[in-house]
Design a protein around this ligand. Sequence first.
Ligand SMILES: NC(=O)c1ccc[n+]([C@@H]2O[C@H](COP(=O)([O-])OP(=O)(O)OC[C@H]3O[C@@H](n4cnc5c(N)ncnc54)[C@H](O)[C@@H]3O)[C@@H](O)[C@H]2O)c1
Length: 510
Amino acid sequence: MTDTKAIERSRTVAVVGTGTMGQGIAQVALVAGHPVRLYDAGPGRAQQAAAAITARLDRLAEKGRLTAEERDAAAGRLHVAETLGDLADAALVIEAIVEQLAVKQELFAELEKTVADDCLLATNTSSLSVTAIAGALRVPGRFVGLHFFNPAPLLPLVEVVSGFATDETAATRAYATAKEWGKTPVRCADTPGFIVNRIARPFYAEALRLYEERAADPATIDAVLRECGGFRMGPFELTDLIGQDVNEAVTRSVWEAFHQDAKFTPSLAQRRLVESGRLGRKTGQGWYAYGEDAERPAVPTEAPAPAPAAVTVHGHLGHAEPLVAMIEQAGITVRRRKRGNYLTLPSGGHLTLADGEAVFEYEGEEIIYFDLAHDYRTATRIALATAPTTSAETLQEAVGLFQALGKDVTVIGDVPGMIVARTVAMLVDLAVDAVERGVASAEDIDTAMRLGVNYPAGPLEWGALLGYEYVADVLRALHERYPTGRYAPCLGVARKDHEERAAMKDQDSR
Ligand SMILES: NC(=O)c1ccc[n+]([C@@H]2O[C@H](COP(=O)([O-])OP(=O)(O)OC[C@H]3O[C@@H](n4cnc5c(N)ncnc54)[C@H](O)[C@@H]3O)[C@@H](O)[C@H]2O)c1
């Protein structure tokens, strides 16, 4: 197989397994112009799928997204295959059957007896190894993972997964085909969770741990990640939507596949939820209730407090530096001092960007931590962490300061790394590690996380924005406080931190 171009539109695409994903993928191939054959082992299921796809084409035509001619032509290209033998003329077969290794292996062994040797074979598996599925094939080089996301016609991301035996030409051809179909493909190696399901784990896991550590309730953690972190949805509301059982199953499968690496440890709280059948929206109850008159719990927000007249900024606030201009714009006097990375309030209390440590450790000092924001200008909420010894006066000044910048203020428990800083540091760590291990390029990882899970920035983009010195400091501080290995910065983060510091020294000495 030497052709690396997309599969021509005139060539047949076969879809095996015509449930949720198979139907969506078939629709994409059909609208892109291919003849499509549907095969399913369940009696009548391929017929039903064909009817469902045709109905969806009708709706697209009603909405004006397809002309009546395009709809008719697409429907005319859709065929149901009675046996696997009917797929003989396919140039590409995409499998979307039940998620069981032995069943998939058996299917592909049968398919190989039917299709031509240059037919590209693809699996839509989300959790099995592409290498393992291809293990029994006669021509494993033409086998590739094509991981679409649900709903396939709407979501642009496709992970193109190369197993150990996959020929580069097969991966390039699959990539070019997905692109030709209007998708945004990314390339990745065959490792547990591929890109999105691997790197997104801390988004859920850190929130669950923060809840277990009683830092805040789910509504508060969701609100801080949304309104301060810039995420489209919080992890509790998102897992309620995905289904707690589905989300936990992905976590467990990635954790098991990594031989129970502490970086991926599942959550006890989520286990209890799944065991009790509180699976989220689909059962009417998950972290939140979904009945007709169910109300979301209110997020504790501080009452209005007077703004301090003046603050002193010591050194540079790092990623939080834009706050200084905002404070001045709010009419608050800013004095500057040379050294440090914090801000002092009139009471003498310090305001410091979350750095992975806990407030209580600063005995005798008045410290308040504030959480990391994706963008302090657009964030609408700021979380603060205090110790029991923090005076009411200092807290009121800190609250008044952020309120003067137009932010809602929420006080959370004193846990190392707060909410956003801890979550983002872990996302960056897993992403850098994946690049170092050749799972995918930095660019593809950022694309996958923006498109696959709607992150406001790719994790590597985030790493560059925050600086690796900051990321490494947060992780090292967390690692010291939770010495399980979970937070130990990966080698890549340590290296980038080292390089950044060396470059800074170099600059200083010039
Ligand atoms: N649902 C998702 O969100 C999602 C997202 C990405 C990937 N995936 C993956 O896509 C695949 C399919 O998932 P789904 O949600 O569409 O499942 P589904 O249960 O909706 O559909 C599976 C279909 O495969 C058929 N089938 C089962 N065994 C078969 C066999 N041996 N030969 C032919 N047909 C067979 C079933 O009759 C059924 O129609 C799985 O590998 C899953 O991991 C699912």
